[in-house]
Each structure stands twice: as structure tokens, then as C-alpha cells.
Design a protein around this ligand. Structure first.
Ligand code: NDP
Length: 494
């Protein structure tokens, strides 16, 4: 009798890219038109700081100096507030239709210089050119376009109420999306008729100062926008200034709390866009391949320097091995390196200080017993880089599951039931964003109701639109940016 033949086992061929072969370098070549030195932008002009001091801005990809940036002291911040107060009456009285024209002009001028801004943003902050070119700059322009559209329709923004601007607004922004955060702050404030004193982050001031050139080209009246550069000390001068009718802050929860203490007992309005530790939740009926792409985008976009990054992956036990194995395959082919190369997926960490923070938290993960996976990858010798990193065997008490790492590091936990997923996802001091991957519509509705997060993405992650309000719960802050709600945060209602 012929023997039963077992079919030969076929192993599926695996595509390996990684370091097997080199891509030709594909550098973005647009000229970023950087100046060797940037002064403060006050009352429509670039002016030398009264402090007389400058600091260096370096390229985190190679540690080379890009430019000198003025360091604003108390007299400079006073001058910026005086210019803004001087411009306020006339700007607030300018018809909305006319204010909108300025915003349209700013958006178009930014689009005209999009490549130049993208290269400057990448050199200053370290993010891949693919992201600054296809996300940061177009989204910044989109915010100006969106709010330009509102400027002549403000009587419809709060039906049954009249709205009026607040006055001079003090704004402070972080380094992870320098131009985009600037647009999130400026566009609604200006559309509503406020004037602004804004401080960009110390390590990423250049695109804000380049935008000041755009404001000049757009003919924006002097004093409507004033930019004061410097470190945290300058930030505290901006947020604590008595001339501010409102303080709008985006940054860490720790600094947000310090500002709230600083302003306690004053009548200053505040909005706080703070940190996050988002749960990205994958159920066993999810389209796994698609979810893996969403997980990768959720944590490795902008090297994980994203407030709403999906930094805590919660996977249902039945598919955990499959998800982790696919994730490992996927991150083996991520390319880490020169941010100006169009092939690069992960660029440079923004600063040596941030790199030290990431290393410290990763070391704590190892110490506390989690298992780490990093694909083999060659990092450039100069500059600040960190490989994409996964942690399994993570428990909820581990620091890497509780604290914002703000780097390309994913902590993976598992769950069995929907209730457990909700409980674990909400077991955090933060509440900025979350993701849900499942085939079931009713489960999406339940999760989006029960997750305490300002944004819940379903079967996608990191989707943004200027018309969609963004903001947090709990220690992720209060107030919204974007949409009608964001605009109203810059208005007095009667
Ligand atoms: P920081 O809070 O350290 O800094 C934010 C800004 O505040 C910077 O411009 C900083 O200046 C300035 N600053 C520092 N100290 C003070 C102070 N005492 N008073 C006033 N201003 C001060 O945050 P990072 O720049 O490190 O940004 C990362 C954080 O921002 C993360 O926690 C992230 O989650 C959060 N973020 C939140 C977003 C949201 O929409 N919820 C969006 C993007 C980021 P300098 O840089 O010079 O120190």
C-alpha cells in the first residue's frame, strides 16, 4: 500500500529590507534660507534683544550649529506685550472679512514656501523630511485656511451669543511640532481678533521666526503677533505677564501645573494642552495587518515625540503573539537615520536632553523586568538617535507603562475582556487620546464612550483635521484647539 504522503511544509518567503542593501541617498535639496542670527520679532520688526544675549540652535541630526537665536529677558517680554496691547484696539475693530484676508494670505505664502519650511523644520527639529513635507507644513497652512474661513462668520460660532476677542494672549509651545503648534495657536487667536505674544521652544525657534517673515510679507499690522525666543525662563515671563488676558500653553504636564500655580487667583483665562500616555487597543477580531500599520504610525511617527502617541499597546491575549511577531517584522524594516533623506522613517531625537530621558526610562523598563526588543540597526555616529523599541512583559505599575517617554518606545500589555481593556486604558493620569481596532461597530461606540480621552480613533490612528477639536481630560489638560470649540477658547461670550 502506498504510504500517505504529507505535503511538504512551505515556509512563506519573508521580505527582508533592513540593512541588506543600501538605498541611494535621496536628500531633500530645497534651500531652507536660514539666517546666521535671528532677532526677536516685536511690533512687526526684527529687533535685537535688550538682554543682549543669544543662544545656539543646533541640528540634532549632526549636532552642527544652525543659527544664533535671541534670548528675550523681562524688558523684551514687556516690549512685546506693549506692542500687542498697542495693536489690539485696531485689530479687534478690523472687520472679520479683512482679518480673514490676512489669514488666507499667510496660508498661501506658507504654501508657496512649503519646501523651504519643510527643510528648515527638519534641520531644526530632527523629524524626517517625509513628515515635515507631507504633514507639518500642509497642516499648518490648513489651520490658517480653516480659521480664515471663520473670521467673517463669527456671529455663527456661538448661536444666540455675541463673541468678542479677549485682548492680548500669551502663548507658549513645545518642540515636537514647532510650526504646526504655532499655527494651532496663532490662527484661532487672530481670527477672533486677539493679539499675541508667543514663545517657541528653545530647541526649535527657527520656523517660528521664518513665519515672522511670512507675516511681514502678508502685511499683517505691526504688533498683532510678537515672537519672543528663549528657554523656560522666558516662557515664565510670557505666562506670568500681567498684560495677558489669556495664557495658552502646550507642553508637559509638569510645566502646565507650574503655570496654573503661577496664575492661581488671577482672572487670566487658560487653556492647557499637556502630556499623554495613549492606549492603542487591538481586539482579536481586528484586521491585524492594518492594526500593525496603525500601531507603527501611532508610536514611531515623529520618533514618538507626539503628545497623543499610542505608547501603550493593549492587545487581546488570543492575538498577542501574532501582533508582536508582525510588529517585530515591521520594525526590522524601519529606516533610522538622516532626517533629510526621503527614505528615512525615524529621524533624530530632538535634543541630547530628550535622548537622555528616553534612555533613562528604557533602563527603568529593563530594571523593572520588562523584555526589550530592538531590531539590528546602524545609527549615525553623530547626532541624537534611538532605535525603534518594543517592550513586552510590561505590567501596569512599570514606569514605561505610566510615564510619557516621548520617544520611539512602545510598551505592550495584554487583556482578555472588553471591561479589562477599558479599565487598563483608563488607568492613567492622562486622557488625551486612544485607539481602538475591532471589526465590531457597537464595540467602537462603547469604547469611545467609556474611554476617558479627548480623541478616540477607530481603526486608524493620528488623524487630524483643523475642524476637529483636539484636547485632553485629566492631567492632559483642558480647553480645545481646532474646530468651533477651539475658536471659542479665544472669545468672550455675551
Ligand atoms: P515643556 O513643558 O518642557 O516645554 C513646553 C514649553 O514651555 C517650551 O517652550 C518651554 O521652553 C516652556 N517652558 C518651560 N518651563 C516653563 C515655565 N516654567 N513657564 C512657562 N514656560 C515654560 O514641554 P516640551 O517642550 O518638553 O514638550 C513636550 C511635552 O508637550 C510633552 O509632554 C507633550 O505631551 C506635550 N505636548 C502636548 C500637546 C497637546 O496638544 N496636548 C501637543 C504637543 C506636545 P523651553 O523649550 O525653552 O524649555
Amino acid at each position: 500500500m502506498p504510504q500517505a504522503r504529507t505535503a511538504p511544509r512551505r515556509t512563506r518567503a519573508r521580505l527582508i529590507f533592513g540593512d541588506l542593501w543600501e538605498f541611494d541617498p535621496a536628500p531633500e535639496t530645497a534651500d531652507p534660507r536660514l539666517k546666521p542670527r535671528y532677532d526677536l520679532f516685536i511690533d512687526g520688526r526684527f529687533v535685537r534683544p535688550r538682554s543682549g544675549r543669544y543662544f545656539d540652535s543646533i541640528n540634532p541630526a549632526n549636532e552642527r550649529k544652525l543659527a544664533e537665536i535671541a534670548l528675550a529677558g523681562p524688558a523684551d517680554v514687556d516690549a512685546a506685550y506693549a506692542a500687542a496691547a498697542g495693536a489690539f484696539r485696531s485689530w479687534a475693530a478690523t472687520p472679520g472679512l479683512e482679518r480673514g484676508k490676512y489669514l488666507f494670505r499667510i496660508a498661501r505664502l506658507l504654501q508657496d514656501r512649503a519646501r523651504e519650511f519643510a527643510v528648515a523644520e527638519t534641520m531644526d527639529g530632527g523629524k524626517p523630511i517625509r513628515e515635515s513635507r507631507d504633514f507639518d507644513v500642509p497642516m499648518a497652512a490648513a489651520h490658517f485656511f480653516y480659521h480664515a474661513g471663520w473670521a467673517d462668520k463669527l456671529e455663527y460660532v456661538a448661536p444666540g451669543h455675541t463673541v468678542a476677542p479677549l485682548g492680548v494672549v500669551g502663548q507658549v509651545i513645545p518642540w515636537n511640532f514647532p510650526l504646526l503648534m504655532l499655527a494651532w495657536k496663532l490662527a484661532p487667536a487672530l481670527a477672533m481678533g486677539n493679539c499675541v505674544v508667543l514663545k517657541p521652544a528653545e530647541t526649535t525657534s527657527i520656523t517660528a521666526l521664518k513665519l515672522a517673515e511670512v507675516l511681514q510679507d502678508a502685511g499683517l499690522p505691526p504688533g498683532v503677533v510678537n515672537l519672543v525666543t528663549g528657554a523656560g525662563g522666558t516662557g515664565a515671563l510670557v505666562t506670568g505677564h500681567p498684560g495677558a488676558a489669556k495664557v495658552a500653553f502646550t507642553g508637559s504636564t509638569q510645566v502646565g501645573k507650574a503655570i496654573m500655580r503661577q496664575l492661581a487667583g488671577t482672572d487670566r483665562r487658560m487653556s492647557m494642552e499637556l502630556g499623554g500616555k495613549a492606549a492603542n487597543i487591538v481586539f482579536d477580531d481586528a484586521p491585524i495587518g492594518q492594526a500593525v500599520e496603525g500601531i507603527v504610525d501611532g508610536i514611531f511617527f515623529n520618533q514618538g515625540h507626539v503628545c497623543c502617541a499610542g505608547s501603550r499597546l493593549l492587545v487581546q491575549e488570543g492575538v498577542a503573539d501574532e501582533v508582536v511577531s508582525k510588529l517585530k517584522d515591521r520594525i526590522r524594516v524601519l529606516r533610522v537615520g538622516d532626517p533629510l533623506d526621503k527614505n528615512t522613517d525615524l529621524g533624530a531625537i530632538n535634543s541630547s536632553a530628550q535622548l537622555a530621558t528616553i534612555r533613562r526610562l528604557v533602563a527603568s523598563g529593563l530594571r523593572e523586568g520588562a523584555s526589550m526588543f530592538q531590531p539590528p540597526c546602524r545609527l549615525p555616529e553623530r547626532g541624537f538617535y534611538f532605535p525603534p523599541t518594543l517592550f513586552t512583559n510590561v505590567t501596569q505599575s512599570h514606569r514605561i507603562a505610566r510615564e510619557e517617554i516621548f520617544g520611539p518606545v512602545l510598551s505592550i500589555l495584554t487583556f482578555r475582556t472588553v471591561d479589562e481593556a477599558i479599565e487598563k486604558a483608563n488607568n492613567t493620569a492622562y486622557g488625551l487620546s486612544a485607539g481602538v481596532w475591532t471589526d465590531k461597530g457597537s464595540r467602537i461606540l462603547r469604547m469611545s464612550t467609556e474611554l476617558k480621552a479627548g480623541v478616540v480613533w477607530a481603526n486608524t490612528f493620528n488623524r487630524f483635521d483643523p475642524s476637529s477639536p483636539f484636547g485632553g481630560y485629566k492631567e492632559s489638560g483642558f480647553g480645545r484647539e481646532g474646530g468651533r470649540q477651539g475658536l471659542l477658547d479665544y472669545a468672550r461670550r455675551a
